[in-house]
Design a protein around this ligand. Structure first.
Ligand SMILES: Cc1cc2nc3c(=O)[nH]c(=O)nc-3n(C[C@H](O)[C@H](O)[C@H](O)COP(=O)(O)OP(=O)(O)OC[C@H]3O[C@@H](n4cnc5c(N)ncnc54)[C@H](O)[C@@H]3O)c2cc1C
Ligand code: SF4
Length: 494
């Protein structure tokens, strides 16, 4: 531990944000980070605990707490404080191939589990990580480092999301010949075409992809396996095939008038904005626009929040966000003690922007849509929303949310964005390889393994565990790489 009294002497300090009214003028990242000197003092707050919950990555009460990558957090906190930045970078990279992504988009289960947060504020682990990786890029530690020796083994990875990229990085560094097949025109999966630019600027992804290309990873874009390329061809041409195609089947809304025009899935809306931003700087007509519209976002989670922030940047007339569940508590409840993931109310960037622009939080709790009202041309022009309440089913005894009679209300709506979660694997990809799906439509693999019943075929990431987090996808990519390497060589050092 660099400074035993650091956690007493220094208060937690984090980046400041550009004000909501200013940041909505563009799609740029909006955090103004601390200076290196100040961030080093934040490293000194780490107590290097005997039991470091921050790096545990365990499940408590069904939620992850601590880092799922088991990042060596106390070690690099200390190295950051001492100014040994190259060693800090090397320790960080030992477990995490993509700190430039996680230090921007991870919800930080590490900080939620940090002992300093038990009766004060946690160590600023995420921003310490950000400082280490960006410093490493600035001074040249993060540079092209191809493997010194190549094996003769060929591995195909389908899907260039964080899981596929993590597997590609690890297997390529090991010397295998890796080709990543991606149906989109750019790499990154939901990092590129889900998470908006203001959370993760896309040149950050390109910076890493360019390094991976120079290190020898081969990327093939526009390759939609199961549509324009057969799964069997890959299995014939490569020693191993890893599928990391995500869980991109969106959950739909079952309401009267669902076939009206102007109703889109959240990811289609978000993707159209990012693609247009990158291709032509948001030229009119090249993306699904919320400009001048009354926007209804269905789903109160993080994806819904991204839709709120994006709609406001487009210039929406109003934004309403519906959430079926009750409003969470503002403080931890006794039933949700540290170091569990805190199930508390979070007012994220989009909601903050709504408060600044429209004067109120866009979220309405315990409410859903009953009907979409169509205009003359079949376009959505209003929505009837209804309140919900918990009720016990007299027969089964199970609790469920039911409509409150007479609570219907009709609001004007020109654009609906469905952010109600994801159901799992798209069937055409599973069919292309003859894979079996479980009831949650995730691909079935052997117990404690990423291997499927089909020889040499592996599955990882959201396609394996269901819609999750970037950090979990990276963990799965790292672990599948290990299993594949072991099967190819007979031992592994991944
Ligand atoms: C809008 C949104 C915002 C999110 N924000 C966050 C966040 O802030 N923080 C966080 O931790 N997590 C976030 N998540 C979740 C996170 O992005 C995912 O859990 C993660 O990206 C999953 O990684 P993956 O590699 O398994 O799959 P994906 O990222 O979904 O990547 C799968 C890739 O496979 C490709 N593919 C699919 N089928 C084929 C095929 N047949 N042939 C070729 N290519 C194919 C897809 O085009 C895609 O590029 C968000 C999710 C969404 C939808
Ligand atoms: S739990 Fe917090 S204080 Fe303890 S080692 Fe981890 S980061 Fe440091």
């Amino acid at each position: 531990m660099g400074k035993p009294t650091g956690f007493i002497e220094y208060k937690r300090e984090v980046s400041t944000d550009v004000s909501p009214k200013n940041r909505i003028k563009n799609f740029d990242e909006f955090h103004e980070h601390l200076s290196l000197v100040k961030q080093q003092l934040q490293g000194a707050r780490c107590m290097e605990c005997g039991v470091s919950f921050c790096q545990s990555g365990i499940q408590l009460s069904g939620m992850t707490t601590g880092c799922p990558l088991n990042n060596l957090i106390p070690e690099w906190n200390d190295l950051l404080y001492k100014g040994n930045m190259e060693a800090a970078y090397k320790r960080l990279k030992k477990t995490n191939p993509f700190p430039e992504f996680t230090s921007r988009v991870c919800p930080s289960p590490c900080e939620a589990a940090c002992t300093c947060g038990y009766n004060d504020s946690p160590v600023s682990i995420k921003e310490n990580e950000y400082t280490i990786i960006e410093y490493a890029y600035n001074v040249g530690y993060a540079k092209v480092a191809p493997p010194k020796v190549r094996t003769s083994k060929k591995v195909a990875i389908v899907g260039a999301g964080p899981s596929g990229l993590a597997a590609a990085e690890k297997l390529n560094k090991r010397g295998h010949n890796v080709t990543v097949f991606e149906r989109n025109d750019r790499a990154g999966g939901l990092l590129m075409y889900g998470i908006p630019n203001m959370k993760l600027e896309k040149h950050i992804i390109e910076r890493k992809i360019n390094i991976m290309k120079e290190e020898g990873v081969n990327f093939v874009f526009g390759a939609n396996i199961g549509e324009n390329m057969a799964g069997s061809d890959l299995l014939e041409q490569f020693d191993r095939v890893i599928l990391t195609c995500g869980a991109s089947n969106p959950r739909d809304i079952n309401a009267i008038g669902r076939d009206a025009t102007g109703i889109h899935f959240a990811v289609d809306f978000l993707k159209s904005t990012t693609k247009s931003l990158l291709d032509c700087n948001l030229k009119e007509g090249t993306f699904i626009s919320a400009k001048g519209k009354h926007v209804l976002v269905i789903g109160g989670g993080d994806t819904g929040n991204d839709c709120v922030g994006t709609s406001i940047r487009h210039g929406a007339k109003s934004v309403t966000q519906l959430e079926m569940m009750p409003k969470p508590s503002e403080e931890r409840l006794p039933s949700n003690p540290w170091p569990e993931w805190p199930k508390v109310l979070k007012t994220d960037y989009g909601q903050q922007e709504s408060i600044a622009v429209f004067g109120h939080d866009p979220r309405i709790y315990q409410t859903t849509v009953k009907e979409f009202v169509k205009g003359e041309k079949g376009e959505v022009k209003a929505a009837t929303i209804v309140q919900l309440e918990w009720k016990k089913n007299e027969k089964t005894g199970a609790m469920s949310m039911v409509e409150v009679a007479g609570s219907e209300q009709t609001i004007p709506v020109d654009l609906v964005l469905i952010a109600a979660g994801f159901l799992g694997t798209q069937s055409y990809v599973a069919d292309a390889f003859g894979l079996k799906l479980n009831p949650r439509t995730n691909v079935i693999t052997k117990e404690n393994s990423f291997a499927t019943d089909i020889p040499n075929l592996y599955v990882a990431g959201d396609m394996h565990r269901g819609q999750s987090l970037v950090v979990h996808a990276i963990r799965e990519g790292r672990d599948v790489a290990r299993e594949v390497d072991l099967s190819l060589i007979g031992y592994t050092n991944i």
